[in-house]
Ligand binder design. Structure first.
Ligand code: K1U
Ligand code: ZN
Length: 171
């Protein structure tokens, strides 16, 4: 297992539409293991393959609370097949937009179809933070960041702050 470097916005891989996975094989499972290790180390509650430079439709998540046992989830080729009309607002963060947070409104409940680690077709119904997080991660697979839901003014302000912080870290 390995902790992988996380790409920071703006980066072309973060803006690209990721390609579907054809077969869930040992290589895909090894990448998901590395992504889980990377997510826990960050720390984060989700991670999409493009964030580690791999433009494939793979997501890992764990939204278990601090006092709960870990509950890792691996989703290959996830797609939202139903979303509620009612919306939920959550203050989102992103490991590719470090230390920046903003409120985003999304469907409060979603049904998601995906392939599991064995390549079996599965569906989950999600609400609360799981619904928010899985939509945020599927957005990554389509080249969308949470800041894309903000006004151009707020988005550019955040990108300027991220750039400044990265320059300071590189000095
Ligand atoms: O996709 C990512 O960059 C991961 C991101 C997921 C996410 C967070 C909040 C709302 C929607 C999606 C993160 O995990 S940011 C870090 C974070 O939220 C967190 C970190 C440690 C403990 C609890 C939360
Ligand atoms: Zn993110």
């Amino acid at each position: 297992m390995a902790i992988l470097p996380i790409l920071v916005a703006p980066h072309p891989v973060l803006k690209a539409k990721a390609a579907p996975v054809e077969t869930v094989d040992d290589g895909v499972r090894a990448l998901m293991d590395d992504m889980l290790e990377t997510m826990y180390a960050a720390p984060g509650i989700g991670l999409a393959a493009p964030q580690v430079g791999v433009s494939r439709r793979i997501v890992v998540l764990d939204v278990a609370g601090k006092d709960e046992p870990p509950a890792p989830m691996c989703l290959v080729n996830p797609e939202v097949i139903w979303e509620s009309e009612d919306l939920n607002t959550y203050e989102e963060g992103c490991l590719s937009v470090p230390k920046q947070y903003a409120e985003v409104e999304r469907p409060a409940q979603v049904k998601v179809r995906f392939l599991d680690r064995e390549g079996a077709k599965r569906e989950i119904e999600a609400d609360g933070i799981l619904a928010t997080c899985v939509q945020h991660e599927i957005d990554h697979l389509d080249g969308t960041l949470f800041i894309d839901y903000l006004s151009a003014l707020k988005r550019n302000m955040i990108l300027r702050k991220v750039k400044k912080e990265q320059q300071r870290a590189d000095d």
